[in-house]
Design a protein around this ligand. Structure first.
Ligand SMILES: O=C(CO)[C@H](O)[C@H](O)COP(=O)(O)O
Length: 216
């Protein structure tokens, strides 16, 4: 399959979100990636349900929600009600991960599990067949515009092997420090979905930048 591109709204202009959403609608972006932070699981607070709810009214792109919060299971209903397609929870935030994944799927969403840079991919061995996506963080979560962690490439390869070995169907998404150079290497290593925030929104021509990421 050709890889997908999911621009991260975290780097958009919050004073004129509508303009950036319209830009994404006109672009080749496959999904819109939404980073929800609680100031506890990560040292930052971003945006919450009011933004998520409004977004669905303004776009037909699939919403890919990345919850950087403790106890994400508390919000499965709200995330589903916002029309989310992919709900990603952190491995490090879930004591009963299998239960959380089941609750996500019960509401008709696709379930993703996110791994911090230090968390080994092979910890997913016993749950990989239940997942629709694994989101590998290639920066420490909490902030846009950070430098790509090189070891993430090795993690993509190990995850790809695990998925093939277990005959699983999970997509591999990578988030953090993605640009044309890191994006190309990630796709070559086996990434299915590239998330890009700063690289898209700080460029002169975000529509063209998204096209370039799609064309890798
Ligand atoms: O999850 C995130 C931060 O926790 C962002 O999605 C990620 O960092 C993307 O930002 P950038 O492309 O600017 O590195």
């Amino acid at each position: 399959m050709n890889h997908l591109v999911a621009p991260s709204l975290l780097s958009a202009n919050f004073l004129n979100l509508e303009k950036d959403i319209e830009m994404l609608n006109r672009s080749e972006a496959d999904w819109i990636h939404l980073d929800i932070m609680d100031g506890v699981f990560v040292p930052n607070i971003s945006f919450g349900f009011p933004v998520l709810d409004l977004l669905k009214e303004r776009t037909s792109k699939s919403l890919d929600v990345h919850l950087m919060i403790v106890q994400p299971e508390k919000f499965v209903d709200e995330i589903a009600a916002a029309g989310t397609e992919y709900m990603n929870v952190h491995y490090e935030a879930c004591t009963h991960l299998h239960r959380v994944v089941s609750e996500i799927k019960k509401r008709g969403m696709k379930a993703g599990v996110t791994l911090n840079p230090h968390t080994p991919v092979l910890l997913l061995e016993d749950i990989i067949r239940d997942l629709d996506m694994v989101l590998l963080m290639s920066v420490n979560p909490g902030f846009g515009g950070q430098k790509f962690i090189e070891h993430s490439l090795e993690k993509v390869k190990v995850l790809k092997e695990l998925i093939l070995r277990k005959n699983a169907r999970a997509l591999i998404e990578v988030d953090g420090g993605v640009n044309l150079e890191t994006g190309k290497r990630l796709v070559e290593a086996g990434a299915d979905v590239l998330v890009a925030g700063n690289f898209v929104f700080s460029s002169q021509d975000p529509i063209h930048t998204i096209h370039q990421l799609k064309s890798l």
